[in-house]
Design a protein around this ligand. Sequence first.
Ligand code: SAM
Length: 236
Amino acid sequence: MNKSEKDPVKIQTMFSTIAPRYDLLNSVLSLGIDRRWRRFAVDQLVKRENAHYLDVATGTCDVALEIVNSLKGSKVTGVDFSEGMLELGKEKILNAGLNDRIDVRLGDASDLPFEDNTFDGSIIAFGIRNVQDYKKGISEMGRVVKSGCRVVILEFTTMQSRMFKPFYIFYITKVLPFIGEIISGKKGAYKYLPDSMLSFPVPEELKKAMEETGLQDVRYYKLTFGIVAVHVGTVK
Ligand SMILES: C[S@@+](CC[C@H](N)C(=O)[O-])C[C@H]1O[C@@H](n2cnc3c(N)ncnc32)[C@H](O)[C@@H]1O
């Protein structure tokens, strides 16, 4: 998938279109494992008292909610460029009575609207593969984080296991777009997902990209037979 196929305006519109069914689709398509993946990723953030984290491409705010529920006293700012996704996120935050701990704002991952060294950690879940210049996105996530704190990336990877790979490819290229279309009612919306998943760099390449932006001690964990990987890097 080349850069022009990741046109930010198209991606923004696509997410706003599928927003009302996004949470349901996530749970159905991942068979509910997505919550565990997000929890693992959140666990990689450096824990500090009264910490303030940034959730990039926060969407409907599941990661932001996971952070404040699991890290006592923490606050989160969520940023996303889809108004439709953020509206649903805001509703969830209000319903959970957590609007004093999570705030959300519109913004682009490639040009984060925050000063350098603002946050005690930044995290992005299932967002980085959508960012047209993903290296710029990673660099921005590092720029806004204080020294000694971490940048965490949760993303799909192309499964390497020879045994499971054929089933996985069948699932994401055939089953997933089919179910996605039925639940979202939007033809073609879930065609983009397998394309973006299969064209995203393998974990070792993503690790290198993180190192190139200056992050240190970069490592990654593959979860659930390597369906997703969590990359972690530390800001100098
Ligand atoms: C698959 S959703 C993930 C949402 C959430 N992080 C989660 O774990 O469910 C991807 C999100 O990335 C957002 N996104 C994609 N590219 C972006 C960009 N360049 N800047 C800000 N948000 C972006 C989309 O609007 C969408 O809400």
